[in-house]
Design a protein around this ligand. Structure first.
Ligand code: ADP
Ligand code: MG
Length: 260
């Protein structure tokens, strides 16, 4: 793929160590006088599943939106591979094609079929031909056992099926990074499992994933790393065991105690 890198990534990522898929370096973001992100730095490496945890309001969605260019950072850098996506000269559509995104809710357009939903951005934003987009969409729907629903409308699907279709759509352009922002939070508890199973399946295929979630047992068992946000900073960054079971920090311990 053609790079839109205008500046090379810092030398620390070169030679021997594979370059991370995503790198946040001292990212800051405020809304008015509220400092939501107060110097966030961490990496997501290739094939890693990183769970972004933290209380509501700790800045997880804001961080995700900065990565997806829905919000502009005030300060700091975000690198996608060797592209500084916070550089105002970066090509936003091309960057978005390299990142798949699924939110908590309202992912599918209710008046469009599953196939139309899945192909829309590829055709309209990324200028794929209809044939190419439909072939790719059907392949993805097939893989998740939803090909028979290609002509169905979202309200004919369960919430879990809708989120799986939304994930399929996010994978259309074969993104380097998948951002999942509380994708099971709005679901009936009965339907959470099928969506998390799909995330686990993607992990086993090597998909690089950053997911904000409150599903603590999934984060514990499926994530390679856990990043805990608190008051706009990274309070913890380590393996699930280090962060969720073995941290000495009283606030960290208290946070996870709520979920036991
Ligand atoms: P989380 O996803 O961890 O629950 P958010 O990133 O949604 O946290 O929110 C972090 C803080 O930023 C909250 O205090 C929220 O009210 C505030 N916030 C988020 N988006 C905006 C916005 N567009 N304008 C003003 N405040 C916002
Ligand atoms: Mg959120």
């Amino acid at each position: 793929m053609q790079q839109d890198a205008l500046v090379q990534s810092p030398a620390t990522t070169q030679k021997g160590d594979t370059q991370p898929v995503l790198r946040l370096d001292n990212v800051r973001k405020s809304f008015g006088s509220t400092q939501v992100l107060r110097g966030i730095s961490f990496d997501v490496k290739q094939h890693e599943v990183v769970a972004l945890l933290g209380p509501s309001g700790s800045g997880k969605s804001t961080l995700m939106k900065c990565v997806n260019l829905l919000e502009q950072v005030d300060d700091g850098q975000i690198w996608l591979g060797s592209t500084d996506i916070t550089d105002p000269r970066a090509n936003q559509d091309r960057i978005r094609a390299r990142i798949g995104v699924v939110f908590q809710q309202f992912n599918l357009f209710p008046h469009m079929s599953v196939l139309k939903n899945v192909t829309l951005a590829a055709i309209k934003v990324h200028h794929w031909s209809k044939d190419r987009a439909e072939a790719r969409a059907l392949e993805l729907l097939d893989r998740i056992g939803m090909r028979a629903k290609a002509k169905a409308y979202p309200d004919q699907l369960s919430g879990g099926q809708q989120q799986r279709v939304a994930i399929a759509r996010a994978l259309m352009t074969d993104p380097e990074l998948l951002l999942l922002d509380e994708i099971t939070s709005a679901l009936d508890p009965m339907l959470v499992g099928e969506v998390l199973n799909m995330v686990a399946e993607l992990k086993s295929q090597g998909t690089t994933i950053l997911m904000a979630t409150h599903e603590m047992s999934f984060a514990h068992d499926a994530a390679d790393r856990v990043v805990l946000m608190r008051n706009g900073i990274i309070a913890e960054n380590g393996t699930p065991r280090e962060v969720m079971d073995e941290s000495d920090d009283p606030q960290t311990r208290e946070f996870f105690a709520h979920f036991r």
